[in-house]
Write a protein that binds this ligand. Structure first.
Ligand SMILES: C[S@@+](CC[C@H](N)C(=O)[O-])C[C@H]1O[C@@H](n2cnc3c(N)ncnc32)[C@H](O)[C@@H]1O
Length: 326
């Protein structure tokens, strides 16, 4: 069934809703989807803000669904229920709801977005856009016709942690490509992801940023290398470039703040689109790196914006950017 023909939404012509072995239904690319493409822009059918009675959520949800137009009711009632039996409305919401932003406790039901299956190595990223009141989904890798398009429901990490999160919060066993690797391949991936977690923790230590910034910067690069190997392309990437920017900013390095702000901005745009709220702030730092709030705690790495190298090849630029010895 085509989603458009099925009248689930008019947002996307790029996807087909099909059976996916071991995962129920899922969304399949009809044609090649290039990295960076906005695949879905979808308004919620309703949000949990509409709940009025915290002591009787099931009844309240039944009232909300009944108040929807007929095709909205049909769309809601056709969604997957991971725990059929009692409280069907609450269980459909639990099985399909997405928070409206990473720190929001309000959830929304998006009939198209709800059809994306989870992958621990997804090829798309969802982002709530508060300005337009829509959930956006962008391809973060090139997707070939016939490939399933997937999102991650969780924060990542080694397989043992992912398994627990998925079971605890979503109630299923993950059958994604990463979880289906051979045990030898999974061990290698797990070792890398575990190392990335450890390094990431160390990067957040303010004393290290102040007194051993070269080590903190090298750790940012090491984590990004791991993410590249593991094909991680989610909000952890712009955040790591932002960490690198903070390290350089603290030590008055305008040229590197601007270069890392540009990378953080580009990664944000890839995951969230041009009008993500963080993009404007990052663009400001590209042109005015000294406006960063913790800029210039020391003058140890002092550079001016014009000192960003222009006539070097990619390798030379990377060496400069990361202050690498070789
Ligand atoms: C939000 S729904 C996704 C769409 C759903 N497959 C459908 O048929 O409508 C989430 C449910 O899909 C299934 N699912 C999603 N990702 C999966 C995965 N990686 N492995 C196995 N099942 C998955 C699980 O049953 C999960 O509870």
């Amino acid at each position: 069934m085509s989603i458009v023909d099925g009248k689930m939404a008019d947002e996307t012509q790029l996807l087909l809703l099909e059976d996916v072995p071991g995962k129920g239904k899922g969304l399949i690319a009809r044609e090649k989807i290039s990295r960076g493409t906005c695949i879905v822009r979808e308004t919620p059918l309703f949000t949990t803000d509409a709940l009025e009675d915290p002591n009787n959520v099931e009844k309240d949800l039944a009232r909300i669904v009944k108040s929807l137009p007929k095709d909205g009711q049909r769309a809601f009632l056709s969604l997957h229920n991971n725990n059929p039996g009692s409280d069907p409305f609450s269980n459909v919401v639990r099985s399909n709801g997405y928070p409206l932003g990473p720190s929001s406790d309000v959830g929304g039901i998006f009939p198209v977005v709800a059809r994306f299956n989870h992958s621990c190595r997804p090829n798309a990223q969802h982002a709530w856009n508060d300005k337009h009141h829509k959930m956006l989904v962008h391809a973060v890798r090139d997707v070939q016709p016939g490939d399933e398009v997937t999102l991650s429901y969780i924060a990542g990490g080694p397989s043992s942690e992912r398994k627990i999160s998925i079971k605890t919060y979503f109630g299923f066993e993950c059958a994604c490509e990463l979880c289906s690797l051979s045990s030898a391949e999974k061990r290698v991936s797990d070792e890398r992801l575990h190392r990335a977690q450890q390094l990431d923790k160390a990067i957040g230590d303010p004393k290290r940023v102040r007194y051993s910034p070269d080590k903190a910067l090298a750790d940012c690069r090491a984590v990004l290398d791991i993410y590249q190997h593991e094909q991680v392309m989610d909000l952890r990437v712009p955040r790591l470039y932002y960490d690198a920017l903070q390290i350089c900013g603290m030590h008055s390095d305008q040229a590197r703040v601007a270069a890392f702000a540009q990378r953080s901005r580009d990664a944000r745009v890839l995951c969230e689109g041009e009008d993500s709220t963080e993009v404007a702030e990052l663009e400001m730092l590209v042109s005015k790196p000294w406006s960063f709030e913790n800029f210039g705690v020391t003058k140890n790495w002092r550079t001016e914006l014009h000192e960003m190298p222009q006539d070097v090849d990619e390798e030379g630029f990377e060496r400069w950017l990361w202050k690498a010895k070789s």
